[in-house]
Design a protein around this ligand. Structure first.
Ligand code: KIV
Ligand code: ZN
Length: 511
């Protein structure tokens, strides 16, 4: 049996479908470079037909990533497949991933197509995709609720049409490990020419079983898993890359395959994705949660000190904990700053952008003695409003917060260069500040989420704030970082407003 497990990362596509997780082109490029460093085999860089901006982001990623295959999703129609084919053209290795729903409920209620028409569309899409690349993947969306005979029929047809990878998604996170493993095994047994393709699985986490189901698929012959960093994804998310990779690696006695992931890059990748998307990682999350390797109870500590394997099945350093380097300080110069950014895969596209980032670095180094890689990522993230819109900027902020007094904020903004001022009271300093900003901007948006995390440790750490806003069905996440959390909050709110006012219309692949 083939002992290589292909890791297909869809953080930039399925992960990005999480509410508010839409990323700018620059943010996607930073994550793509880090995924390449992590050793991911396939990067699903987006859904090219969603918008011209999405297609452009995929093209740019395809132009820079050399050691991973770059893939675009496409529904099974000519327009989508051509958009995907054009977007992956610059790639050293490019894939088109085309899909269509195969369950009775999806075919009847969503697609309003007969099964024969679905097979025909799938075959046509695969054949057209093969005109752009030899590396074509086909997915049977909602395979979990599809009839086995129909799945066998459509998979047989797309193999004949030239598909090289067949993906079996649990789109709605409905399966359980035993059944999922059995489904994969049966497909491999029943579909003619099954041995000519790679079988893949793509599991959602609605019942908390995405990783378990993916691993059951691997135990039954799947040799590609589709997953995301931190399990990011719509609703309850996708199967988490780090958990799958470490399960397969740690339990080599059970799995007859392994990935080529450089596991020491797992934690840095997790932090980057969390920082860019504004989705924090829960402390008790396996592998990448802050507590995943800390042993609180006295009995455990004693055991670990006597012999670490009493309670530790993996080593923290093997997944990249402790690798957050103290990189720079107050005396570091512009060259050291530029070099470290390059090492982190951060490319600033002009001298002005570098100068501006260096000025922010110096200001931060005045407030904070030690600057870590995470601080540098936050520093450059500040400039990453949606590419087309950088309308609102914080000019100054003054807050009064005193025991027994009503908190008050005075905010000065720049709105496309014009200065605006407002003052407001609030329940707390952040509330007062947001009220003052809303008085000036009048966005009429709803605040869905406000959260603060410290980027590194210590009371002088930068606070990183996520603000999630929604307006007319559009949801955006804004991020802001500062050693002062009220300033970080104002920056995050303005970042969200810039995204809300600047975002282009995008199509959702599955709606
Ligand atoms: O969940 C799903 O079915 C998908 C497909 C587009 C592969 O994301
Ligand atoms: Zn999915």
């Amino acid at each position: 049996m083939n002992d290589r497990l292909i890791i297909f990362d869809t953080t930039l596509r399925d992960g990005e479908q999480s509410p508010g997780a839409a990323m700018t082109k620059d943010e996607k490029m930073r994550i793509a470079r880090q995924l390449e460093r992590l050793g991911v085999d396939v990067i699903e860089a987006g859904f090219a037909a969603a918008s011209p901006g999405d297609a452009e982001a995929i093209r740019s990623i395809a132009g820079v990533v050399k050691h991973s295959t770059v893939c675009s999703l496409a529904r099974a129609n000519e327009r989508d497949v051509r958009a995907a084919g054009e977007a992956i053209k610059p790639a050293a290795s490019g894939r088109i991933h085309t899909f269509i729903a195969t369950s009775p409920i999806h075919m009847e209620k969503k697609l309003r197509m007969q099964p024969d028409q679905v097979v025909e569309a799938a075959v046509k899409a695969v054949k057209l995709a093969r005109e752009y690349t030899d590396d074509v993947e086909f997915s049977a969306e909602d395979a979990v609720r599809s009839e086995m005979d129909f799945l066998c029929r459509i998979f047989e047809a797309v193999i004949a049409a030239g598909a090289k990878t067949l993906n079996v998604p649990d789109t709605v996170g409905y399966s359980i490990p035993q059944l999922w493993g059995e489904r994969i095994r049966q497909l491999i047994e029943r579909v003619p020419n099954a041995d000519k393709v790679v079988w893949s699985t793509h599991c959602h986490n609605d019942l908390g079983m995405a990783v378990a189901n993916s691993l059951a698929a691997v135990m039954n012959g799947a040799r590609q898993v589709e997953c995301t960093i931190n399990g990011l994804g719509e609703r309850a998310g996708n199967a988490s890359l780090e958990e799958i990779v470490m399960a397969v690696k740690t339990r080599r006695d059970v799995f007859d395959c392994d990935s080529r992931i450089d596991t020491t890059q797992i934690v840095p990748t997790s932090k980057l994705v969390s920082q860019i998307t504004g989705y924090p990682v829960q402390p008790n999350k396996a592998i990448v949660g802050a507590n995943a390797f800390s042993h609180e109870s006295g009995i455990h500590q004693d055991g670990v000190l006597k012999h670490r394997e009493t309670y530790e099945i993996m080593r923290a350093e093997d997944v990249g904990w402790g690798a957050n380097k103290l990189t720079l300080g107050k005396l570091s110069g512009r060259n050291a700053f530029r070099t470290r950014l390059q090492e982190l895969g951060i490319v600033l596209d002009s001298e002005e952008a570098l100068n501006a980032a260096f000025a922010r670095f110096k200001a931060l180094a005045d407030k904070k003695r030690e600057i870590f890689d995470e601080d540098l990522h936050a520093l450059v993230s500040e400039d990453a409003g949606i590419d087309a819109c950088d309308r609102f900027k914080l000019v100054s902020l003054k807050v009064c917060s005193e025991t027994g007094e009503v908190p008050h904020a005075a905010v000065v903004l720049s709105d496309g260069g014009a200065e605006l001022r407002a003052e407001e009271n609030g329940g707390g300093p952040v509330d007062a500040c947001f009220r003052a900003i809303e008085k000036m901007v009048g966005s009429n948006s709803s605040l869905l989420l406000y959260s603060v995390n410290n980027i590194t440790t210590g009371t002088d750490a930068q606070g990183e704030v996520t603000v999630r806003l929604s307006r007319n069905g559009r949801v955006v996440n804004g991020l802001g970082a500062d050693t002062d959390i009220v300033i970080a909050s104002a920056k995050a709110y303005l970042n969200a407003l810039n995204k809300l006012f600047g975002a282009e219309e995008r199509a959702h692949p599955q709606v």
